[in-house]
Design a binder for this molecule. Structure first.
Ligand code: IMP
Ligand code: MG
Length: 176
């Protein structure tokens, strides 16, 4: 059956905001190299677009990790299992974790503790979306694209049952 998806944030607005974030981040990391960590799979579209916008004078390196949270499709449990670890050590690097969305904050909080123990020079977070209403773990988010209300969204890397990651806008799957 075909799902009915409504637009919450248009592709134009998403692109414009990502370009703004890239400009701010380029300024903040001037004279440094950004080691971006993408949390698969949701973060991959955002990381690609964000890194494309980073100033040519600020070198970017990439690494990927995949975690799985023991929970159902729409809710994470806070117990996180590393499915694919990073390829490179983090020691001395200026690390920027790139996430699609922060919801309860459980996944990211677990991840940040683990990454911090690997002694990066700095550790920051950039998320495309923030859903603060559902936060159960308090955390500082350094860069965020949009703050959204408590709706389950798809597109720009985010999925519903693994579908719709490729949509260029932020959409809401309307319940029939
Ligand atoms: P958290 O641990 O509750 O913060 O969950 C974070 C992860 O759950 C995100 O990185 C997404 O992969 C997924 N997630 C949370 N909310 C949504 C949503 O509205 N749409 C799609 N995925 C979501
Ligand atoms: Mg994610």
């Amino acid at each position: 059956m075909k799902d009915n998806i409504s637009v919450m944030i248009s592709a134009e607005e998403v692109d414009k905001r990502i370009a703004e974030l890239a400009e701010i981040i380029s300024r903040d990391y001037s004279g440094k190299c950004i080691h971006m960590i993408c949390v698969l799979k949701g973060g991959v579209y955002f990381m690609t677009a964000l890194s494309n916008g980073i100033d040519v004078d600020v070198p970017v390196t990439l690494d990927f990790m995949s975690v799985s949270s023991y929970g159902d499709d729409t809710k994470s449990s806070g117990v996180v299992r590393i499915v694919k670890d990073l390829d490179e050590p983090l020691e001395g690097k200026d690390v920027l974790v790139v996430e699609d969305i922060i919801d309860s904050g459980r996944t990211l909080s677990y991840l940040l503790d683990m990454l911090r123990s690997r002694k990066p020079a700095s550790l920051k977070v950039c998320t495309l979306l923030d859903k603060p209403d559902r936060r159960v773990v308090d955390m500082d988010v350094d860069y965020k694209g949009f703050v959204i209300e408590d709706k389950f969204v798809v597109g720009c890397g985010m999925d519903y049952q693994q579908k719709y990651r490729n949509l260029p806008f932020i959409g809401v799957v309307e319940q029939p």
